[in-house]
Design a binder for this molecule. Structure first.
Ligand code: ATP
Ligand code: MG
Length: 720
């Protein structure tokens, strides 16, 4: 009633209001998924401006993505009008730091018009430095160094601050030297990379008390969403801006959920949120426990699953939402069937008048998108890939396709140009110019010119030998293409060209993803009899840009989906080795497995109404049929919250795992059996018994002080 003039307080519950109205002093909102943390933060922003506690330009508000910043701006605008247009400090860490650095660039030896270089430029620069310093780039790839430098920057480490182990991590103790040279080179170019934006600002704030004082005066309020995924340099930057000596602390309000910390691989430190109280003594801790997003079933499943983690604070979640459907766990035969099944479900949604925009497919790894993209194109279903490229547009896929195009069509100059020196074989721009000139004069395609030019002395001997080798390879591959299956050919080409090897040498997570994409490409080709047919398919796929205003289903990674919500969520590939990822299993540690489980928690809690988990009994990996075992996370879901369905005869998908396709006596039966619903088969071992009962509306949390909530790890979830 009192909120007629404070519309942002409408529809907030009591603890959310407390978070909004506790404007002074440090505030920590630590709460589970879908409890309205972001909503409360948005209302708080509106409140601060509308109540004239601060001008929009005096509030620093950090979101995890640009999209989240846009949405917050719009929502605040809807609440308090156009004042919000002047919110220069609402954005991601990068966006805000870049803006700051423009003003103070000279303090770190840059000019204010500095350029921010992208990863490609970064790699190119590092390669030059590696070569110039007599290091073997094959042995010590630029990407590896780039990964290390990123890591150091995420941890706020300058050259000179690395410990011995870090220094050893590259080229037998030359890590630090190369890092320093790289930073010097960037400065000379009046450039910086993404990691520098925050690092430079930290350096400036530390060294220049006046600059620091200026920002501390300016930012009357600081707010941070998704605080559990801040890394060290972000944390340092915030503290430099927020901390006021001799005072209880600044007006800093952070929100997050330790169960949703999923970026440790990018340097995020969940410890940052856990020690907030220590960093900012006297902090008000606010817990939100009512979930407004998901049905009781979805909430129960997610709560039970995350309960299997040991390293967590533990928290209570409840909902007043009416009963919904159970989660569906669908076992299918293989990847194509998985894509077919999701496609059918999406079509059913459309028939029921539901917009595809309300549905999302969340994958663990990029390579998983391919099967869906191919299927959706086949059935004319509009989709969009968020936070990444469509499968066939990814750099490594384009490279591989370029090789195949040159084999299929020797006059494809663009394709030839793309790969004549990829992977690096020492053919530079000069050689290419000569090839072009020769091609023009002789009126022939580049590839033919390359062959032709080797009979002349136009090229220096070394380049000529390399070109001869390459053209011999192409001739051989073209010969092989006549008999070999397209997928086999692709694998052969990627191996023999050195492309795979170059990626393997990188040893980075990114390179591992690219390798996965390449084996996925080969898998896609297995459905085609000729190379020509496959390439035609690809050009059709590439041409399939759906109109911007079309209603599309979203495909994205689970990581990118953080903070978002959809009515219908599809979670494919819940198999050991896919999710949890092979990487996390290989590492073997509890830590990486628990991070995968948090990711599963994030994924399930994106769903408002319906959550569909899929697992295939067979995946073809590297051309081999591999029997897949359902993810342990499937086993960890509470039995009474899920409905199992398999397209195979009862339980077969589970014990099938122990047979290969060839000696599986049921292969022919299973593949043709109609769908039927089944209860959990004997193959499932109960890993943990969920204790969540969705019926009671209120879940009792044993009386715990805010302090004990933040300090003491719990492994149980209290259920009343
Ligand atoms: P996540 O941890 O996934 O980031 P969150 O805690 O930030 O979740 P929000 O995205 O802010 O949660 O809110 C989840 C949903 O609940 C949104 O649709 C939001 O509009 C709605 N919501 C939030 N607070 C309330 C409320 N008090 N009453 C009704 N709906 C609410
Ligand atoms: Mg949120």
């Amino acid at each position: 009633l009192t909120h007629a003039r404070e519309p942002w307080l409408e529809s907030l519950n009591a603890p959310q209001r407390e978070a909004v109205l506790t404007t002074e002093g440090p505030v920590l909102m630590l709460a589970g998924a879908g409890t309205g943390k972001t909503a409360a933060l948005t209302a708080r922003l509106a409140h601060l401006v509308a109540s004239r506690r601060a001008w929009p330009s005096e509030i620093l508000c950090v979101t995890f993505t640009n999209k989240a910043a846009r949405e917050m701006r719009e929502r605040v605008g809807g609440l308090i009008g156009p004042a919000v247009e002047g919110m220069p400090w609402l954005g991601t860490f990068h966006a805000i730091a870049a803006r700051m650095l423009r003003k103070h660039a000279e303090l770190v030896g840059l000019q204010s018009n500095y350029t921010i270089i992208d990863t490609d430029d970064q790699i190119r620069l590092l390669k030059q430095l590696i070569v110039a310093n007599d290091l073997d780039e094959k042995r010590w790839p630029a990407r590896q160094l780039a990964g290390l430098i990123d890591r150091w920057k995420n941890r706020g480490l300058l050259p000179g601050e690395l410990d011995a182990a870090e220094n050893e991590a590259y080229a037998n103790g030359r890590g630090e030297q190369m890092y320093r040279l790289y930073q010097d080179r960037l400065k000379a170019l009046n450039a910086c990379d993404f990691g520098d934006l925050l690092l430079h600002m930290v350096t400036i704030l530390k060294a220049h008390g006046d600059v620091q004082a200026e920002y501390r005066r300016r930012f009357k309020y600081i707010m941070v969403d998704e605080y559990q995924d801040t890394n060290t340099v972000q944390y340092l930057w915030l503290r430099l801006l927020a901390e006021v000596k001799g005072d209880a602390g600044h007006n800093i309000c952070v929100v997050g959920d330790d169960d949703q910390s999923i970026y440790s691989w990018r340097g995020a430190e969940v410890a940052n949120i856990l020690r907030f109280e220590r960093d900012f003594p006297g902090a008000t801790i606010i817990k939100l426990e009512q979930n407004y997003r998901s049905t009781p079933q979805i909430l129960a499943a997610a709560s039970t699953l995350i309960g299997a983690n040991s390293e967590r604070l533990g928290k209570t979640l409840w909902t007043e939402k009416p009963e919904g459907e159970k989660l569906r766990v669908i076992g299918v035969w293989d990847g194509p069937e998985e894509a077919r099944r999701v496609g059918e479900d999406a079509e059913t949604l459309m028939r029921d008048g539901i917009k595809l925009a309300n549905a999302a497919i969340l994958v663990r790894a990029q390579f998983q998108t391919r099967e869906f993209e191919d299927r959706f194109i086949q059935i004319g279903l509009n989709y969009r890939i968020v936070g990444g490229f469509r499968f066939y547009e990814r750099a490594e896929i384009r490279d591989a396709l370029a090789y195949l195009r040159v084999i299929a069509q020797p006059s494809d100059d663009l394709a030839f140009e793309r790969i004549y020196n990829t992977p690096k074989r020492g053919l530079g721009q000069k050689t290419l110019e000569k090839l072009h000139r020769h091609a023009r004069q002789a009126n022939m395609p580049l590839a033919a010119a390359a062959l032709d030019i080797c009979d002349t002395d136009e090229l220096p001997p070394r380049a000529r030998n390399t070109v001869v080798d390459l053209m011999r390879s192409f001739a051989r591959w073209r010969e092989e293409a006549k008999t070999l299956a397209p997928a086999e050919l692709a694998r052969m080409v990627l191996d023999e060209s050195g492309y795979t090897e170059a990626l393997q040498a990188e040893k980075s997570a990114e390179a591992a993803g690219r390798l996965e994409n390449l084996s996925e490409l080969a898998r896609a080709m297995e459905e085609y009899e000729t190379l020509g047919a496959f390439l035609e398919h690809v050009s059709l796929v590439m041409d399939n840009d759906s109109a911007d205003d079309a209603d599309t289903i979203t495909i994205m990674t689970m990581h990118a989906a953080k903070g978002l919500e959809f009515d219908h969520v599809f979670l494919p590939g819940w198999e050991e080795g896919v999710f949890p990822s092979q990487r996390s299993l290989d590492e073997g540690g509890l830590k990486s497995l628990e991070e995968e489980r948090r990711l599963a928690y994030v994924a399930i809690t994106r769903a408002r109404k319906r959550c569909t988990i899929l697992h295939a009994a067979n995946r073809r990996i590297y051309g081999q049929w591999t029997s897949a075992i359902p993810s342990r996370f499937v086993e960890e879901l509470p039995e009474d919250m899920i409905e199992m369905e398999t397209t195979m005869t009862g339980g077969a998908s589970l014990w099938r795992a122990s047979f290969s396709e060839r000696d599986d006596p049921f292969a022919h039966v299973a593949a043709t059996q109609p769908s039927r619903t089944m209860t959990r088969g004997p193959g499932f071992r109960r890993a943990s018994q969920g204790q969540y009962d969705p019926a009671p509306k209120r879940i009792v949390e044993a009386g715990r002080s805010a302090a004990s909530f933040a300090a003491k790890p719990r492994t149980d979830i209290a259920i009343g």
